[in-house]
Design a protein around this ligand. Structure first.
Ligand code: ADP
Length: 581
């Protein structure tokens, strides 16, 4: 069976007797004829011609009989043949074109917006939804001309929809019946696109839900195999906007941001403009070290402390660094921080990882060291390679204080005129708002690294565009925004300090086509040829620069009261103001 599945890379053919119907067809969105082979088109044409010819013949004979008062039931041979031809062609045409219609009445899921028969109604609904998003809550010039909305459904419908082959149909049935696991499709078929297509079809039948808004075509499924996503059934489209140029350390960057939050890009763009007009921002990398912290247990607290002291001895560290660094030519152990909890010991390893974000790399190095330590500490019980002191994808003070990944500080002096003309506020208002909101307000809220207005908005959008791990936006968005009046109170000094920016330009999602294009736009695609790690470090400074722009713009909108004013003016926004800050 497996070999047979693999070999079926031949063109799709529609079986004549047991015509298979794809889920898209069942939900009434695809014309079955689009993917038919030529012979079937010819058969259809013959039966169509036959049907209309005999209908014409019989009607003319009927008319003749009425005219000559001949009884209708008296039929000659040619009429008998014509009646048979009529019945045969009628049955064929009903069988071929009528099945879809009957199925669509019986099987169509009714609750899904995308499944509504009336596409125009859907689009009107969407337009209404969209209208509520205007204006944007950041009070920028985001006037949206009512461009026609092309629904995802429509985009998908424009593509030819293939009928499933008999073999595919067999596999789909096996998945629906639970006899073939869906996850095994890629290895069994050796064709990732076909596997995704079959899985999707089976899922549609199992759930009875339409997936027609989720595109399948236009994606390289081989590129994610074993690396980025398991059991794919399609991909989600996220628009990418561009903010900039961001003038940072004397260079201009066009910053790609993947987001569905209206005005986020526009707001960041305005911040970039203010920075540019003021001579640019500068950004400095303070530290570069990814962490992993296994937890090990001993029989007594004393034994745990023995290992702590052993690891803290500089001579031992040298040996361990050699063992650790064997894991990769880019991994370089920087330190091990030991924390005791009773008889348990947490070892927070920090290492540089070149242009990779580094989680895999550091984990491999840690495993090497644990294996090595087992010789001298055979009573050490490794409970887990990650003991949460790392701390990955969870809010934790250790990252805020010690840093994780790249620690960056970025600053700019914004000219007073620019504050007034571009940002429509004053230096004094900004400084006061920053003190009361980002510092005092966040302190009152017990914030952990959240001393900013919306750093995570920018971090997430840039992360998604450039193939970073979006879950790491939790610690990567740790940021304190500072503002101060300088030059006798005329200008604004603004800075963002971000201790845990976790980014890479190789590995993970960074090599996928669209994410790689965004990295290329920033000039940081792949491994740096001059100096390993230079690309990922530069990306971290760009993230901080974009955050600086975003902070500047949103804080200005708040200081100028634009946010509330715009809300009041249109009084239609469904958005919660608090969500933007
Ligand atoms: P991560 O550790 O971020 O999960 P991966 O392990 O997926 O990253 O990718 C890192 C891989 O890329 C390693 O195998 C490493 O040898 C390779 N690599 C090639 N060039 C570089 C570079 N300049 N910096 C870091 N890793 C690199």
């Amino acid at each position: 069976m497996e070999a047979r599945w693999r070999s079926s890379a031949k063109p799709v053919q529609a079986p004549k007797t047991t015509k298979t119907v794809s889920f898209e067809e069942v939900s009434g969105k695809a014309s079955s004829s689009e993917a038919l082979p030529l012979s079937l088109h010819l058969t259809n044409a013959v039966f169509f011609s036959l049907f209309f010819s005999v209908v014409y013949f019989l009607l003319s004979r009927w008319r003749e009989k009425i005219r000559t008062s001949t009884p209708l039931h008296l039929v000659n041979l040619s009429e008998i043949v014509a009646i048979f031809a009529f019945i045969a062609s009628f049955v064929y045409l009903l069988g071929f074109f009528g099945i879809d219609f009957v199925h669509s009445l019986i099987l169509r899921p009714s609750t899904d917006l995308w499944n509504s028969e009336d596409e125009e109604e859907n689009e009107a609904l969407l337009r209404k939804e969209d209208a509520r998003k205007i204006p944007c809550d950041q009070a920028l010039d985001c006037s949206v001309t009512s461009a026609p909305i092309i629904s995802a459904q429509k985009v998908v419908d424009e593509k030819p929809v293939k009928l499933t082959t008999e073999e595919d149909e067999e596999i789909i049935k096996a998945i629906v019946a639970g006899t073939t696991p869906s996850y095994s499709l890629e290895s069994k078929l050796g064709d990732c696109k076909r596997a995704a297509s079959i899985r999707r079809e089976a899922l549609g039948r199992i759930t009875g839900k339409s997936l027609s808004g989720l595109p399948l075509d236009g994606f390289d499924y081989e590129s994610i195999l074993g690396q980025c996503c398991e059991m794919p059934i399609g991909y989600v489209q996220i628009p990418v906007g561009i903010a900039g140029p961001l003038l940072l350390n004397g260079k201009e960057y066009s910053v790609p941001m993947a987001t569905t939050e209206g005005c986020l890009v526009a707001s960041t763009n305005r911040g970039c403009k203010a920075i540019h007009l003021s001579g640019g921002a500068s950004s400095v990398l303070l530290k570069d070290g990814m962490t992993r912290a296994p937890v090990v247990r001993f029989g007594t607290a004393k034994r745990a402390v023995d290992l702590k002291f052993y690891l803290e001895d500089p001579e031992n560290f040298e040996t361990l660094a050699v063992v650790f660094n064997r894991s990769s030519r880019f991994a370089r152990l920087q330190g091990i921080k030991c924390v005791i909890a009773g008889k348990n010991l947490y070892l927070r390893f920090t290492c540089s990882t070149g242009d990779a974000m580094g989680m895999n790399m550091v984990s491999k190095g840690v495993q090497n060291v644990l294996d090595f330590l087992q010789t001298d500490f055979p009573d050490m019980d490794v409970i887990g390679i990650s003991g949460n002191l790392c701390s990955d994808k969870k809010p934790a003070a250790v990252n805020w204080i010690e840093g994780r990944g790249k620690s960056v500080v970025c600053e700019a002096i914004i000219n007073g005129d620019v504050v007034r003309k571009v940002l429509k506020t004053s230096v004094e208002s900004l400084v006061e708002l920053n003190m009361l909101k980002n510092l005092t307000g966040s302190a009152m809220a017990g914030a952990l690294g959240g001393f900013n207005a919306h750093a995570s908005n920018i971090v997430s959008a840039v992360y998604i565009a450039t193939g970073q791990d979006p879950a790491q936006n939790i610690e990567s968005s740790h940021c304190i925004t500072m503002m101060e009046a300088v030059n006798e109170g005329n200008d604004l000094h603004i800075s963002v300090t971000m201790p845990s920016i976790e980014v890479g330009t190789v590995g993970g999602g960074t090599q996928l086509a669209s994410q790689s294009a965004c990295l290329n736009l920033l000039g940081v695609k792949g491994a740096s040829q001059e100096s390993p790690g230079a690309n990922s470090r530069r990306l971290a400074t760009i993230v901080a620069g974009a955050v600086l722009a975003g902070e500047l713009s949103l804080m200005s909108a708040l200081a100028a009261g634009q946010l509330v004013k715009t809300q009041m003016k249109y009084n239609r926004s469904s958005k919660d103001v608090s969500k933007t800050s």
